[in-house]
Design a protein around this ligand. Sequence first.
Ligand code: GLY
Length: 367
Amino acid sequence: MSSRLNILYNRKPCYDIVFSSDFQELAGELAALEIENRKICVVTDSHVSALYGEEIMGILEGKCSKSVLFTFPAGEENKTLDTVRGLYTFLIGEKFDRRDLLIALGGGVVGDLTGFAAATYLRGIDFVQIPTTLLAQADSAIGGKTGVDFDGYKNMVGAFYMPRLVYMNVKTLKTLDDRQFFSGFAEIMKHGLIKDALFYEWLLDHMYEICDREEETLLEMVERSCTIKKLVVEKDPLEKGDRALLNFGHTIGHAIEKAVNFTLTHGECVTLGAVAAAFISWKHEWLSMEEYYEIRDMFVPFNLPISIENIDPQEVLRLTRSDKKMEGDSIKFVLLKKVGKALIDRTVTDEDILNAISEIHYVEDDE
Ligand code: GLY
């Protein structure tokens, strides 16, 4: 049995998120979007195409006027305008017009890129998200952020553009390798830390079930996490204020991601950034020492790093200051007032940041 959440945009119902353990209800959900006379292009990457491409194309068979598959090579390095250009050319070749629809089948790269192509092709066509990674289910498929990387800057070019439907099948999380699964888990933990202390405790209590990827636990975890994100994005869909709270861990996290040349996953870098931000929150005397160490150590059983070797703290500081989250000369830093309550702080100094970077910087003792 599936469950669903409806996401409001400007206080009006906008799209549903369906939570399921299979793809059985996908055809019915798409039928509600009146697809019978529309063409559908399923956009995916080489990795996900091999796993679910055939199944999804089979579901579409006979349900719409034509269905085609566009596959691009997997990897963040392909989240570019060049790939979008390839997709535009393909859609033009297939004579896609404004009534037609794209389906993003895959993780964050596929979802963000397809959403951006949907937002811009013919000034906007409908799209559906079928996120297949934990990162995409917990975070990137919800809230309408779309975009591509540009000149080494992540998500530098993009648009806010809402999908018509998000369909999540948590069984797809079972085919993820451990590193990718736990990378997505970092965003789930973030949601508990910034907004919901009870959910944070629930995550602690269900550590073993989560690590074993038990289906019922995954369903509850993803739905509760999406409910938190729903409340944030409905209040501030275009990130003029509180939506920035979702950037907890991302300010120093993005800087580390760049400093290590994307050799760590996004979630691993967000974890390091979250530990650094929790450390600053402790130094601001908002978190107690015990709370800081509990948050830090909470990431360990989920295979997420709480320290990193071989970084240049000055470089990480420089990259932190050049991140999109700068406003004028001050950084919009997301800190924890307490567990389950985040706020945006503009008083964090370079010294605070350097101290936090030293906290997560592992330096081997010579002796
Ligand atoms: N990933 C953060 C947001 O959707 O705003």
